[in-house]
Design a protein around this ligand. Sequence first.
Ligand SMILES: Nc1ncnc2c1ncn2[C@@H]1O[C@H](COP(=O)(O)OP(=O)(O)OP(=O)(O)O)[C@@H](O)[C@H]1O
Ligand SMILES: [Mg+2]
Length: 464
Amino acid sequence: MIPMTLAEVAATVGGTLVGADPTGRVTGGVEYDSRLVGPGGLFVAFAGEHVDGHDFAAAAVAAGAVAVLGTRAVDAPSVVVADPLGALADLARAALTRLPETTVVGITGSSGKTSTKDLIAQLLPALGPTVAPRGSLNNELGLPTTVLRADEQTRFLVLEMGARGPGHITHLCRVAPPRIGVVVNVGTAHIGEFGSVEKIAEAKSELVRALPADGTAVLNGDDERVRAMGALTAAEVVTVGESAGTTLRAVDVTLDDRARPAYRLCAPEGEVAVRLSVSGRHQVGNTLAAAAVARAAGLPLAEIGARLAELRPVSTRRMDVFDRADGVTVIDDSYNANPASTAAALRALVAIGRERRKVAVLGYLAELGGYERAGHEDVGRLAAELGVDRIVVVGTGAAPIHDGARAVASWGGESVQVSDQEAAVAVLRAWLRPGDVVLVKGSRYRTWDIADALRQPDAVGVSS
Ligand SMILES: Nc1ncnc2c1ncn2[C@@H]1O[C@H](COP(=O)(O)OP(=O)(O)OP(=O)(O)O)[C@@H](O)[C@H]1O
Ligand SMILES: [Mg+2]
């Protein structure tokens, strides 16, 4: 972060220094995990339900922390505050006001925030040093921590903004006011907490409402609820998508045998041919959004086209397509799942599978609330309608997927319901043949093990 004395830190967060030299300088990162603290860093201690961060103060200091910011003084230089989370926000806000040359890009949406963030973070370095979060740090903890990694050299700060309720994105936009905002889509992720898709759209729109008049709102023009947000912002609106009338439009979209899209990117100033190295048709929209951000930041269209071809997946377990020595192709998309991202993954399975046998291993979709049963059934029905040959439904929570698939009368495939990951691996061991394509999809840890087992050919061998 930009260097700050402990006196400045205390003044910024309204804290009290205890056993600390006010002239001591924080020059390193601000971390709430003591294992990530480095020389010159500031360690933020949270008293959690199971673990009390204050217990790790000594470890943080041993790793080089200049001080510990927490709710009580510890046996180390301390900045004592009532609310460390609020203090983290104040610190991030104050640091950013000292960086007037840094353009903040905020990204929200129901699925694809991290994927799009990774794409943007690969394009913007063409224009200047860029800071973006590791993985999916997108809440009131991860966002300020990422902001505090920016320094005077940083030209672009790319931030993922997640919401579990109304007001969350407004809060994040106060911590880091964006000049460019991207809304990827509005779906049913976290609908359990929100109650309805309309409320989710309302929450996502907080990002475009926060944009200034000289800013840019990048909106998915193929998503009706997102397109409607154009009326809610003072910023210039740039729509992206495949629909007629979008500012940046993908036309003539094709997919190769890895479901890697190619398309013509048409902009008001001209057009450029794009051939992607990332898989899944949903990457058309994600790359258009990334292109729109780079364009708003000043990158010419021709250069955007060339750089889009270079983009690689960065965060793990998202559309990670690999071939095994035994001829089985695996799509590891097991990072997380909701109905929209599962639909995108199933479409990729079918695009890659074409004439091959297509197997979908589908786990529980978390956080659907009252939509839980219908959401799972929809996924099963879609898998069957798309012509997936075999479905392994993992865990009792995911059982309606099995029901949804079998309800499709015309479907000639087979679905089995298994209790856990191990049982799923056993089924795959019996089923898989050379040439099969297997998708692994579910909410986090519930399906990761299956994808990992498929990475080891011995564990899930192919019977001939
Ligand atoms: N535009 C999109 N539409 C639908 N699914 C998508 C899209 N982009 C990515 N996905 C898929 O959605 C899943 C989650 O992707 P990603 O991690 O990028 O989303 P996220 O919004 O950051 O999720 P989280 O809320 O968990 O942080 C992955 O399986 C990914 O392949
Ligand atoms: Mg994410």
